[in-house]
Structure formats: structure tokens, C-alpha cells
Design a protein around this ligand. Structure first.
Ligand SMILES: NC(=O)C1=CN([C@@H]2O[C@H](COP(=O)(O)OP(=O)(O)OC[C@H]3O[C@@H](n4cnc5c(N)ncnc54)[C@H](O)[C@@H]3O)[C@@H](O)[C@H]2O)C=CC1
Ligand SMILES: O=C(O)[C@H]1O[C@H](OP(=O)(O)OP(=O)(O)OC[C@H]2O[C@@H](n3ccc(=O)[nH]c3=O)[C@H](O)[C@@H]2O)[C@H](O)[C@@H](O)[C@@H]1O
Length: 433
């Protein structure tokens, strides 16, 4: 099939290479010409395991190309996927301006029956919203169908999720669009849920909100565990053995970040407000997360009333391991709190890009974990990079001003820290006195 994907971000790029790999002809439209040039030269613009090889393969087979010319690309396509950003507005509502702009441009190019697919995460009612814009722009009703096909991939595991995901959700109105979408997705051999657009739109938000709630729940359990001497991992293990609960997403830490959970929880709350369905549970999940992500700062302030001029090392800046994405990373909130109080910050992340260096030029960035902790007064582990499990505690003891670790991702052992007389705090697995 001839496919057009608009937006070459995490979702658009991964979707494009996946459809190309499955034998379709894909044109990915991206407004950022630097991204277009880089991708046409087989250089991925994001880090994702396996993406480099797959991109090279698809470009060599000529099953994928990148352009900034939307009009021509839409004209050549049977299906047009919209995969542009839908960030939060200041009031938590979903900013649909990028989608709106795309639809206006698409409207000018539809010259035969085309399926327009909302792949971006968009609020309930968006299929109708897109349809109304197309009609208002004069596109005849028989020339298009609008389908909701939300994406469930995780960054860092994106290609795995696209080829081996748990489900594909397709919300459509007409049998014609259903048949075509079925043809496109059948080769993936993943269970497909066909439903109406509103249901598909709700599935996406509730999926992210449910997972966020699960994380906030286990984080509150972890905070209690630390107070009473219980071990959160054992609690989570036991909870997870109950098949009704499942062991996934019960890892405590300094809260969830990323480009989606924070924005989609706020998005669902604002959708609920519109329909007079206050999502009290999701509101609580958000407020627990807001406190959880700055817990290391609370611990620090409890220890030292004043942290002005103290050197604090942050290990990890990305919102989770396996990605170079720093959007809504808990580290950013910790950085803000530390800078507000005059602390000096050393930072190390195995995959951090120059983006954060532009936002925070006054942080000292290091190329190695050990380099970043020399002379430091406290080490805060913010991201679950495997490398941090290998932090040499003897090195910490000998080379830091105060052997003090706040382990925001439970990467280290309390017992090993105790043996070396290191001050150590975990999230729900205890602390040294
Ligand atoms: N990042 C993720 O893991 C997931 C994201 N989503 C959703 O997918 C959507 C996209 O997210 P990301 O890929 O992370 O965003 P992103 O910000 O990484 O990428 C969006 C891309 O679209 C481009 N763009 C915007 N308007 C355009 C236009 N008119 N023409 C051509 N290109 C245009 C931007 O330049 C950018 O490269 C969002 O709604 C998000 O909530 C859903 C599941 C997973
Ligand atoms: O809509 C989206 O964008 C995507 O959002 C999440 O994917 P992602 O944000 O890439 O990352 P996750 O692996 O879900 O982690 C999100 C955050 O939760 C944290 N987390 C996750 C799991 C856990 O047990 N504990 C925990 O603190 C992570 O550290 C991270 O900060 C969902 O898992 C995807 O299904 C969804 O498609």
C-alpha cells in the first residue's frame, strides 16, 4: 500500500520504518528539513535500538523516503497517518494546533478516496473534529474516512512494541476503512481490536492513566515501606504474583516522566472535566507523582538545612534508561529545585544529548560516572541505567566529600552501603541511620 506518515518524531519515524519493512511504500513528511536530510542519509534522528539498521535496509530497498512536501505525498497515498505532537497547554488541555494545521494542508491534496488516521494521542471526539475540518474545507464526504489508531509503543522498546505489541486498536466508522486497515495490519499478526473512534480514543488515554496510577500507587507503598522497615520489592513481587494485578509497572522510584504519562494524565483530567466526569483517581496519581519526583531534594534538605554551594551529583538525566529523551524527566525537576537553592550540580548520563546542555549551561557535565562524583557531597541516582548498578562504593567512600547516596531508582544494595559506612536512602527498601 502507499502510505504517508506526517511527523518523523518517535512515533512517526518508527511507524514509517515498520510499514516499510512490511512491504509498503512509505513517504514520511517532516517539516524540519534537517531531520529530512539526516533521515534520507540513513542517519536516525532519535536513539532507538535496531532503528539504524532497519532505516538503512528500508532506504536501500527504496521502500521509504523522507520529504518536507506534504501535498505531493498525500496525493500519492492510500492512507495518511498523522503523527505530530499533541502537547499539553498550560491548563492541561490537549494542544491540537499541529493536528489542525496538518488537516488544513491535507484538505488541499485529497483527490481520491484516502484514509486519514489519527496516530497522535488525541482527546475523545478528535475523529469527529478532524472529519468536521475536512468537510468545512470542502473535501467531499465520499473521498475520505477518518480513523483513530492510537499508538502504544514505549520509547527504548519502540521497534519491539511495533512488531510484537499486545494489541492494535482501530476505531473506524465505515466497513471500507475497516477492510483497508485490516489489510495493512494483518501481516503484523497482533490481535486487532476494531471499535468505534470514541472507544479507541478513550482506550489510549485510559491506558496511560492506568499505568501512571499503578506507578503512583507503588510509590506511595514504597514511601510507607521506608517508614516501617518493609521491603517494597517483596511487596511488589507478592502483589504481582496475583494475576489480577500483574507484576508490570510496579517498580518504585522518583516518579514517572516522559513525553506522555505526564501530559496524558492531565489530558484525561481535562477531558473528564469537559464531560463532568472528574477523574479523582488520576488527579491523585498526578499529585503523588509531583511530590515523588522531588523526594531526593526533601531528603537532602532534611540532612542539610542549607544546600547552597554544596556539590550534588546527578546520575541520569533522561526520563528512563534506553532513550535519549529528557522530556518531563524527574531529573529536570530536581535540577530546578537544586539550582533554586544555590547548589552546584555535576551530572553524568550515558546518552544525554546537547539539548539539556543548552537549557542548563551552568551544570558541570561529565563523560564518566566516576568523574562526576569526585568531591561531591551527595549522589542522586535519577535514571535506571544498568551502568549505575556498577557504581563502585569503595570509590564513592574514598573520593566524595560525604559518602552519601540517594538512590532514586533502587539500583544499589543497602547492605553493601552499610558495610562501607555510606549514608544511603532507597525508595522503599530502607535507609542507613
Ligand atoms: N513518544 C512516544 O513514545 C509516544 C507518543 N505518542 C503520541 O504520538 C504523537 C507524536 O509523539 P512524538 O513522536 O513523541 O512527537 P515528536 O515531537 O517526537 O515528533 C513530532 C514530529 O512532527 C513534526 N511535525 C509537526 N507538525 C508537522 C507538520 N505539519 N508537517 C510535518 N511534520 C510536522 C515535528 O517537527 C516533529 O518532528 C503525540 O501525540 C504523542 O502523544 C503515542 C505513543 C508513544
Ligand atoms: O503514550 C506513550 O507515549 C507511551 O507512554 C509509555 O511509554 P514511555 O513513556 O516510553 O515509557 P514507560 O516505559 O512507560 O515509562 C514511563 C515512565 O514511568 C516510569 N516507570 C515505569 C514503570 C515502572 O514500574 N515504574 C516507573 O517509575 C519510567 O521510569 C518512566 O519515567 C507507555 O508505556 C506506552 O505504552 C505509551 O505508548
Amino acid at each position: 500500500m502507499n502510505i504517508c506518515v506526517i511527523g518523523a518524531g518517535y512515533v512517526g519515524l518508527i511507524t514509517s520504518v515498520a510499514f516499510a519493512k512490511m512491504g509498503n511504500d512509505v513517504i514520511c513528511v517532516e517539516k524540519d528539513i534537517n531531520k529530512v536530510d539526516s533521515l534520507n542519509n540513513s542517519v536516525p534522528t532519535i536513539y532507538e535500538e535496531g532503528l539504524n539498521d532497519l532505516l538503512i535496509e528500508c532506504i536501500e530497498k527504496e521502500s521509504i523516503s523522507f520529504t518536507n512536501k506534504l501535498e505531493d505525498s498525500v496525493k500519492k497515498s492510500d492512507i495518511v497517518f498523522i503523527a505530530v505532537g499533541t502537547p499539553s497547554l498550560d491548563n492541561g488541555e490537549v494542544d491540537m494546533s499541529q493536528v489542525h494545521k496538518c488537516i488544513n494542508e491535507i484538505s488541499k491534496s485529497i483527490n481520491r478516496y484516502t484514509i486519514i488516521v489519527n496516530k497522535s494521542t488525541v482527546p475523545v471526539g478528535s475523529q469527529k473534529y478532524v472529519k468536521d475540518i475536512l468537510i468545512k474545507n470542502g473535501v467531499p464526504c465520499d473521498k475520505f474516512d477518518v480513523v483513530s489508531n492510537p499508538e502504544f509503543l514505549r520509547e527504548g522498546k519502540a521497534l519491539y512494541d511495533v512488531f510484537y505489541g499486545d494489541k492494535i486498536v482501530i476505531g473506524c466508522e465505515s466497513q471500507k476503512s475497516r477492510n483497508i486497515m485490516n489489510l495493512l495490519y494483518k501481516p503484523f499478526n497482533i490481535p486487532i481490536i476494531f471499535t468505534n473512534p470514541e472507544t479507541a480514543e478513550i482506550i489510549k488515554y485510559t491506558s496511560n492513566a492506568f499505568l501512571s496510577t499503578k506507578i503512583s500507587f507503588i510509590n506511595e507503598v514504597a514511601n510507607l515501606c521506608n517508614k516501617v522497615g518493609a521491603d517494597v520489592d517483596t511487596v511488589a513481587l507478592a502483589l504481582g504474583l496475583d494475576k489480577r494485578i500483574s507484576p508490570e509497572f510496579l517498580k518504585p522510584g522518583i516518579g514517572y516522566g516522559g513525553s506522555c504519562f505526564p501530559k496524558d494524565t492531565l489530558g484525561l483530567i481535562s477531558i473528564g472535566k469537559k464531560y463532568d466526569c472528574p477523574f479523582e483517581i488520576v488527579k491523585s496519581a498526578v499529585s503523588v507523582n509531583n511530590k515523588q519526583r522531588v523526594i531526593p531534594v526533601d531528603i537532602l534538605l532534611n540532612e542539610y538545612n542549607d544546600i547552597k554551594d554544596k556539590t550534588i551529583t546527578l546520575l541520569g538525566l533522561t526520563f528512563k534508561s534506553g532513550t535519549d529523551d529528557i522530556r518531563e524527566s524527574p531529573s529536570l525537576y530536581i535540577i530546578e529545585e537544586l539550582l533554586k537553592r544555590g547548589a552546584k550540580i555535576n551530572a553524568y548520563d550515558p546518552m544525554v544529548s546537547d539539548e539539556i546542555k543548552e537549557i542548563y549551561p551552568n551544570i558541570n557535565y561529565f563523560g564518566s560516572m566516576n568523574g562526576s562524583i569526585l568531591g561531591s557531597e551527595c549522589i542522586i541516582i535519577c535514571t535506571d541505567w544498568e551502568e549505575f548498578k556498577g557504581l563502585d562504593l569503595d570509590f564513592v567512600k574514598d573520593n566524595t566529600k560525604e559518602a552519601f547516596i540517594i538512590d532514586g531508582r533502587n539500583m544499589l544494595s543497602l547492605d553493601e552501603a552499610k558495610k562501607r559506612n555510606i549514608k544511603y536512602y532507597s525508595i522503599g527498601k530502607g535507609y542507613t541511620n
